[in-house]
Design a protein. Structure first.
Length: 284
């Protein structure tokens, strides 16, 4: 059922008109502000304990709802699980923006506003070209929106994917804040990202240039929780074998962007096939 749930979730997201308006986490941020106001002066409400207390409320409520639904109706339980998955996994917006940008490049009318929406300033440098900055950003966003969320669903069920998305959203909210809660959130997100980034990196290596990707995997920071993004970006670019000055593009303006897109698709297919084999082997 795990794989079926994921397939249905992705299908619902891709064929839907606009689900992003329902994917609001303001309630969680409001909860964080409320708890800070009420418990901020308490010496124990800081850092790790504050994060644990904040996350435990929605996670316990979801666990209790799943427990009730499991006794009431398996259909209702399945609907609840699918609802949470659709709420937490959202590849369509990223895919849509990236495809629109490729089309604008092919037409010779590069959409700079779309490029800015795709580029994350936090993980790119000033020396990166627009093309390489988009690729790096989409590597990370693909991991956040698809691979990491699905990984934690496979590992811990719907509570796992909900936990990951809550930590991810909280980290976005607190990224410009310097306090113990922000530091604890960043550390927890890095821990949650560590296994899924390595899995994604291995998938990229298998789907692309294996030799170049393995060379990047041999770097010392491969085991560091603080190097998740840099490791994923370096392995992704190596797997793509990105050579913008070569003649392989044949004059096609969007050649490398299309190759990048195909690399991501191949990687996801490979990871899904491996997951399917593991699940089927456990059933047998």
């Amino acid at each position: 059922m795990t794989l079926i749930f994921i397939i249905i979730t992705l299908a619902v997201d891709l064929v839907s008109v606009d689900l992003d308006r329902f994917r609001k986490f303001e309630w969680f941020i409001s909860l964080q502000h409320l708890l800070d106001e009420r418990l901020g002066n308490n010496k124990y409400w800081d850092g790790n304990l504050a994060l644990l207390g904040l996350l435990s409320i929605p996670l316990l409520m979801l666990t209790f709802a799943l427990f009730l639904f499991s006794y009431w109706s398996s259909v209702a339980e399945s609907i609840l699980i699918l609802s949470i998955l659709v709420y937490c996994i959202s590849p369509k917006r990223l895919i849509s923006r990236f495809d629109k940008y490729i089309i604008s490049v092919e037409k010779g009318e590069t959409d700079t506003s779309l490029a800015q929406q795709l580029i994350s300033k936090e993980i790119t440098s000033d020396t990166d070209t627009t093309e390489i900055a988009i690729m790096k950003s989409v590597f990370i966003e693909s991991h956040r929106q698809i691979v990491a969320a699905i990984f934690w669903f496979f590992l811990l069920g719907v509570v796992g994917v909900f936990l990951y998305r809550l930590v991810d959203k909280l980290n976005d909210e607190l990224k410009d804040v310097s306090n113990n809660l922000s530091e604890s959130t960043t550390i927890l997100l890095n821990i949650l990202d560590w296994p899924s980034t390595r899995l994604f990196a291995i998938g990229l290596a298998l789907a692309g240039n294996l030799a170049e990707a393995i060379a990047s995997l041999r770097k010392p920071e491969v085991f560091s929780i603080n190097s998740n993004h840099s490791l994923l970006m370096s392995i992704g670019i190596a797997a793509l074998q990105y050579l913008p000055d070569s003649d392989v593009s044949g004059g096609e303006k969007s050649y490398w962007l299309n190759q990048f897109k195909f690399l991501i698709i191949r990687t996801l297919v490979i990871l899904f096939v491996i997951a399917g084999i593991i699940i089927l082997s456990d059933i047998n």
